[in-house]
Design a protein around this ligand. Structure first.
Ligand code: DC
Length: 215
């Protein structure tokens, strides 16, 4: 079983996917980590994430071990990730890793769950279940702002809202694998849902899909 979870920044994909992975016994991959890792490596080497050749070379040499101790959850790294993610050669270099993970996951797992922007459309178009998780811009900005308070208490909510809108625009308007719901994806708007309610709604969709497959 493969579950594809896509959606814009800070929609709640990660929290939901982690919980679903535990409940259904699935290996979990947050694919944003790969793009963030490439962005972080470039920034830490003084490279410009907009440079297509440097971005492609960094992505081809990328391994998760290289960023195991890096702080990739900052706003700057998120922006760099979104910038390198526009490059087709970067996406191509990261595709095999994601597909292998979807097929192999980890020993003993029942399958895999991947979250990102193009899982249902490009990485796993044959996924058992596809979810597209959204929330209003304001709700997403507030969630991300709360997370950022730990490392960057001076950042304003408006600044976070601006960053999120800019990142959404870049992720949705790029030519290669833009952010959009895959055909057959189930939309889950978490604006006014608690984590528990979002989890319950996702479980209903997944259980129904599994029953349909058995029938
Ligand atoms: O989910 P995130 O905020 O960690 O993702 C960081 C950036 O990586 C996001 O702005 C776009 C890019 N990304 C992508 O293009 N495709 C994916 N499957 C995952 C992330």
């Amino acid at each position: 079983m493969v579950i594809a979870v896509d959606g814009p920044a800070a929609a709640g994909k990660g929290t939901l996917s982690r919980r679903l992975s535990g409940y259904y016994g699935l290996a979990y991959l947050d694919t944003g980590t790969l793009y963030r890792g490439v962005g972080w490596l470039m920034l830490s080497q003084g490279l410009d994430p907009r440079n297509a050749e440097d971005a492609a070379a960094t992505a081809r040499d990328f391994t998760l071990e290289k960023v195991a101790d890096a702080d990739i959850r900052t706003g700057d790294v998120g922006k760099a990730a979104s910038v390198v993610a526009v490059q087709p050669a970067v996406r191509a270099a990261l595709l095999d890793y994601q597909r292998n993970f979807a097929c192999e996951g980890r020993p003993g797992a029942r399958g895999a769950i991947l979250d990102g922007r193009d899982i249902g459309t490009v990485v796993c178009p044959d996924a058992t279940v596809k979810l597209f998780v959204t929330a209003s811009d304001e709700a997403r900005a507030e969630r991300r702002w709360r997370e950022l308070q730990v490392g960057d208490p001076g950042i304003s909510l408006n600044q976070v809202l601006d960053d999120i809108r800019r990142r959404d625009a870049r992720d949705s308007s790029r030519a290669e694998a833009p952010l959009r719901p895959a055909p057959g994806a189930h939309l889950l708007d978490t604006t006014s849902l608690s984590i528990d309610a979002a989890f319950a709604a996702a479980c209903r969709v997944i259980d129904r899909a599994l029953e349909d497959r058995r029938a």
